[in-house]
Design a protein. Structure first.
Length: 273
């Protein structure tokens, strides 16, 4: 894979891994982030930053070195790894690649199905228990004060499993020979009861804040905006942000149960002897 192909594949794969809060990086991860951002087109850096942070936060130092070697174009040059009098290794055969695909494709599809199921469950519970946008709002001619919609974010599944197989497989699965993959650490289950309880608790608090806002904002006279409207809106939205972030942290833990082990297994594949 040349350098241009590497960046295209990495960008597409990272788009499937977007997360909510930016995780803290170890010094080696931060150094890798700086190097990767420095090596790409400046126009791409803002677009790639958050996704790179998410990916690097899940990698150990050895995996980071492999990623950096690929970015530097080192994977296509094995001259230093072999004596001058030894021929380079034979390229992977179609049988080797098919062996790899038969192992990682089902795992990628299972991870996608788990994410899709989780997304649907969370969205349903949010719709059932959180008041919709516009419920907690007061407005008049040319003015409006409103509690922001309660819309927590978590890593979502991509549009379809075929896309994940194509992108993740091409970007993360090794392709120079036959490998054995261990996906035993990956689970595709989540505790519906715990997830539901977390959402209901957050939504109940959100609804309480919204109702308090309507009281505190007051009403204007002769169509004028209430004097306390902006202050009440700011206060309510600050409280909502805290609740939303807390729920996002809880929701974010569940997709990690299948996404993190999936990428770890792909990156730690063992060459078949």
């Amino acid at each position: 894979m040349n350098t241009a192909q590497f960046w295209v594949a990495l960008f597409l794969s990272l788009m499937t891994m977007a997360a909510t809060a930016e995780p803290a990086l170890r010094p080696s991860q931060q150094a890798a982030l700086n190097e990767l951002l420095e090596s790409m087109d400046p126009q791409l850096r803002p677009m790639m930053h958050d996704q790179l942070v998410t990916t690097l936060s899940m990698l150990n130092d050895e995996q980071i070195e492999r990623l950096l070697a690929e970015a530097r174009g080192g994977s296509g040059d094995n001259s230093e790894a072999h004596d001058d009098d030894q021929p380079p290794p034979a390229p992977a055969t179609e049988q080797d690649l098919e062996n790899n695909r038969k192992q990682y494709e089902p795992a990628i599809r299972k991870a996608w199905a788990a994410s899709h199921s989780f997304d649907s469950f969370v969205e349903q519970k949010l719709a059932e228990h959180c008041a919709p946008r516009g419920t907690y709002a007061i407005y008049g001619s040319a003015w409006r004060f409103e509690v922001a919609e309660f819309a927590p974010y978590w890593p979502h599944a991509s549009n379809n499993a075929d896309l994940d197989v194509q992108i993740i497989g091409a970007s993360y699965a090794p392709s120079d020979q036959a490998y054995d993959f261990d996906f035993s650490a990956m689970t595709t289950q989540f505790d519906e009861g715990k997830v539901s309880d977390s959402i209901i608790e957050a939504c109940n608090r959100y609804n309480e804040i919204g109702k308090q806002f309507l009281v505190q904002a007051g009403t204007g006279t002769n169509g004028a905006p209430p004097a306390n409207g902006q202050r009440a809106e700011n206060s309510a939205n600050a409280e909502v942000a805290v609740i939303r972030q807390a729920l996002e942290q809880q929701l974010q833990l569940w997709p990690d149960r299948w996404t993190a082990p999936l990428y770890q297994a792909l990156l730690n594949a063992r060459p078949r002897s």
